[in-house]
Design a protein around this ligand. Structure first.
Ligand code: NAP
Length: 321
């Protein structure tokens, strides 16, 4: 006998986008199931990237700020209050080639774990990190992946940005609003960033460049206090004190699961129709960072989660009329 259960809406991912979609879908009586990810994994832990942050001061409605994990617990509670079913599991396969759509969790089985009339994809993205020891522990404690979110905490302090692309230039330039000095640590002696972004960074008196260097270790115990860097040509190592370090070496959307089924950019971000969360597959919607390589904010993710649920509801209604 098959253990497959059928649902009107299955939501994959439980960051701000997925849980906002769950709140809206549940309140529209669509009885959504949210496959929220697995706690053991950094790429798809329930709650998404905010589970890896500390203070969130830019989410509207929290004038005194809120801890990232607390905010996500509130999102989750709110979705459950209206009947969203949360499943702590990881989606391992999807089949969007026919309807109802198939969604598998766990081991590969012939029959899907869920079939769904509509699927909302909100699997998010992750900042690419250096992979050094204690990295995950230091995120939110001096190590950051978001200048917009955390720059404010480094007023009049010396900080550094790792990377040589547009993100690194943009983050460093933004951070000079707060920091007394920003050092861009880049592994080559030439930037990858566009000319205009480079010129802006070169013209900024608060920005310094440390060329041909890579970060090889984080200094400090509970909180980042500096980095050990290595010269890429002569291997000389030195220690530098920084109150904060911002990682800007790129992002990776969590879209491997959808390869060959959903249209994506070369960078892996899902393509949605303009002003919509519709993907190339009718009935499959994508929201949050998995389809946003521009804003990457919790509040914009939540906004697009709301859009996805409303679009799914309208699409489902049209199927049955
Ligand atoms: P990116 O263009 O891929 O640049 C990543 C940078 O990080 C590169 O300089 C790379 O060094 C460095 N890097 C990668 N892995 C590293 C490692 N393990 N250790 C040390 N350094 C490492 O990524 P991005 O800057 O996030 O930009 C992504 C896309 O978004 C680009 O198309 C960019 O133009 C766009 N974007 C545009 C804007 C804007 O126009 N306002 C702002 C942000 C991003 P190498 O150079 O040596 O490879």
């Amino acid at each position: 006998m098959s253990n497959t259960t059928h649902h009107t809406v299955v939501i994959i991912g439980s960051g701000p986008a997925g849980l906002t979609a769950a709140i809206y879908a549940a309140r529209a009586n669509l009885n959504p199931v949210v496959v929220e990810g697995e706690p053991s994994s950094t790429s798809d832990q329930p709650g998404g990237q905010l589970m890896l942050t500390t203070d969130v001061e830019n989410y509207p409605g929290f004038p005194d700020g809120v801890m990232g994990p607390d905010l996500m617990h509130k999102f989750r509670e709110q979705a459950q209050r209206f009947g969203a079913q949360m499943v702590t599991d990881k989606v391992t396969k999807v089949d969007f080639s026919k309807r109802p759509f198939g969604v598998w969790t766990g081991e590969a089985t012939p029959e899907p774990t869920y079939t769904a009339e509509s699927v909302i994809v909100s699997t998010g993205a992750q900042s690419i990190m250096l992979g050094l020891e204690r990295e995950a522990e230091l995120v939110g404690h001096g190590l950051s992946t978001c200048a917009t979110c955390d720059g404010f905490f480094f007023r009049d302090q010396e900080i550094a940005v790792v990377g040589g692309g547009d993100s690194a230039m943009e983050e460093a330039t933004f951070l000079t609003k707060f920091a007394s000095k920003v050092t861009i640590i880049h592994r080559r002696d030439q930037l990858r960033a566009s000319k205009i972004m480079q010129d802006r960074a070169f013209a900024n008196e608060k920005i310094e460049f440390l060329w041909n260097h890579v970060v090889v270790d984080y200094l400090g115990n509970d909180k980042l206090e500096g980095v050990k860097v290595r010269h890429t040509q002569n291997s000389h190592e030195s220690e530098l004190a920084f109150a904060g370090l911002f990682m800007a070496i790129g992002h990776k959307p969590n879209t491997d699961l959808f390869a060959g089924q959903l249209d994506m950019k070369d960078s892996g971000y899902l393509i949605t129709k303009p002003d919509s969360t519709s993907t190339n597959v009718e009935g499959v919607f994508a929201c949050g960072d998995v389809q946003d390589d521009v804003y990457r904010q919790a509040v914009t993710a939540a906004g697009s989660g709301c859009m996805a649920a409303i679009e799914a509801e309208r699409w489902l209604e049209a199927q049955h009329s």
